[in-house]
Design a protein around this ligand. Structure first.
Ligand code: ZN
Ligand code: MN
Length: 481
């Protein structure tokens, strides 16, 4: 038997007005090398100036992850030579991270688990290299150099790919709720490195394989599954596994060797002499603390308890703060949480996906949706008509008043009977089959009548009137037999 140990290092860009140690704007502008100054490209004689907002937002993240806080800390230099690093070193926190020893709760298969957080520290981002293979040349854009990052290092507490994905998803959701970062894996404002080690049960960890720069949940899942298979097969053959850095190839779904890992000593860390020791002031501490409202992990628990929703629905509804707010507002007005949850996670999610928009762009307000749900429950409008026209309601092509008028349930006997007569006259074949004893045709006729009524016929009444009409036809037929 084998045991799998997974730990994750995540870098996220912090949403601040300016960069970490200079006053350049924290935006990736379209034009390369536009947001740069002598400080962030490391010209000699310049001095870094610490961004207070970066410290406060990192503190918020650390507190939200239940970390202990080093209220007094300093920065260190991590030295290495690479073209995207203009100073020749990265300013980071090595000795004293702002936060340590915390946890994040994840939910899998109806149970919850705490994943330990080893440390969370601040550092600056590097520039970006663009390789032009056609002209075999490399271009460098320093706009990203000096953008503030927070790095979150988990403890090796995950045992499979599902837990790893759940962890990254919950971390992303948490930092988004806190407005610390927009956490986009696709655009690179959130970047994941996975550490994985497979060992025989009851033996110590013999090695660590790092998979760099995973930029989708699918890549995280697939790369871990591939490594478990690769390492297990090697152990089965009696081979040892190298400690090394690998890259995930999204074409083959396999990991490939990138380099054998350099040792920490290679970076020749030392204290950053240009930034003095920092102690977080009381006021800044309070500001950082106040930014924490309800955390997603607590919201999931509350949704399950207060609205009696499943973990599955609670998880979906809290995936985005705006969706959670939309749900709560609607459910509170109509007092039908389950129906609201189902409509949001099927019809509305479908519309958002198809149109690649967020929930604040839809034209149906929570008040409107609550009213419609109320009318459906009271059998005043048809659910089928609602499902048929919801896209028009969401896009604003149809206003709610017109919709309520056109989809009001028809309970009037005379009106339904008219449609029943019309359909029975038109569907000679079906009626004949029914009269010969093929009873399954009955529901077909019901369907035809409902279609004619655009789904708004009161179903029991429709069935009753069709039955009466068909019985009458059957009686009239009898003398001929
Ligand atoms: Zn700058
Ligand atoms: Mn780092």
């Amino acid at each position: 038997m084998y045991r799998v140990v997974v730990g994750i290092e995540v870098h996220v860009q912090i949403k601040t007005k300016t960069k970490a140690f200079c006053r350049c704007l924290n935006t990736i502008s379209i034009e390369p090398n536009k947001n740069i100054c002598p400080i962030c490209i490391g010209e000699p004689g310049t001095l870094p100036e610490l961004n207070r907002q970066m410290v406060i937002k990192s503190l918020t993240a650390a507190l939200a992850l239940h970390c202990k806080i080093n209220e007094t800390f300093h920065f260190d230099r991590k030295n290495y030579f690479y073209p995207d690093l203009p100073k020749g070193y990265q300013i980071t926190q090595y000795e004293v991270p702002i936060g340590y020893d915390g946890y994040l709760t994840i939910f899998t298969d109806d149970s919850s688990k705490r994943i330990g957080i080893e440390r969370i520290h601040m550092e600056e981002d590097t520039g970006k290299m663009l390789h032009d293979y056609q002209y075999s040349t490399t271009l460098i854009d320093y706009n990203r150099a000096g953008i503030p990052l927070v790095e979150i290092v988990s403890k090796p507490d995950m045992g499979n790919s599902d837990e790893a994905v759940a962890y990254v998803k919950m971390l992303k959701r948490t930092l988004e709720y806190l407005e610390v970062s927009d956490c986009s894996l696709e655009s690179g404002s959130m970047r994941c490195d996975i550490n994985i080690s497979v060992n025989k049960e009851n033996t110590p960890l013999s090695h660590k394989v790092e998979i760099k720069n995973l930029n989708s949940f699918n890549a995280i899942k697939k790369s871990i599954e591939y490594e478990i298979k690769r390492q297990t097969e090697n152990l089965d053959k009696g081979l040892s596994i190298e400690t090394e850095t690998r890259l995930f190839n999204t074409q083959t779904n396999k990991t490939e060797v990138m380099r054998t890992k350099e040792l920490a000593a290679d970076y020749r860390y030392f204290r950053e002499p240009d930034i003095p020791d920092i102690t977080i002031g009381k006021e800044d501490f309070l500001t950082g603390q106040k930014a924490i409202k309800e955390l997603p992990e607590d919201m999931i628990k509350r949704f399950r308890k207060d609205y009696s929703l499943t973990l599955y629905l609670s998880d979906l509804l809290t995936s985005d703060k705006k969706i959670a707010e939309y749900f709560e507002k609607t459910a509170k007005i109509c007092n039908e949480p389950l129906k609201t949850a189902n409509i949001i996670t099927t019809e509305i999610f479908g519309f958002l996906n198809d149109n690649s928009i967020s929930i604040d762009k839809i034209k149906l307000t929570p008040e409107d949706l609550a009213e419609l749900i109320g009318l459906i429950s009271k059998n005043k409008i048809s659910y089928k008509a609602f499902k048929d026209r919801i896209n028009d309601l969401l896009s604003g092509n149809l206003d709610i008043e017109s919709f309520i008028l056109e989809s009001a349930i028809v309970t009037d006997d005379i009106k339904i009977a008219e449609v029943v007569n019309k359909v029975i006259n038109e569907q000679n074949d079906a009626v004949e089959k029914y009269l010969k004893g093929k009873e399954s045709v009955f529901m077909f006729i019901v369907g035809q009548v409902m279609k004619e009524l655009k789904g708004t016929g009161e179903i029991e009444k429709v069935k009753l009137l069709i039955k009466e009409k068909l019985d009458l036809l059957a009686r009239n037929q009898k003398p001929e037999q």
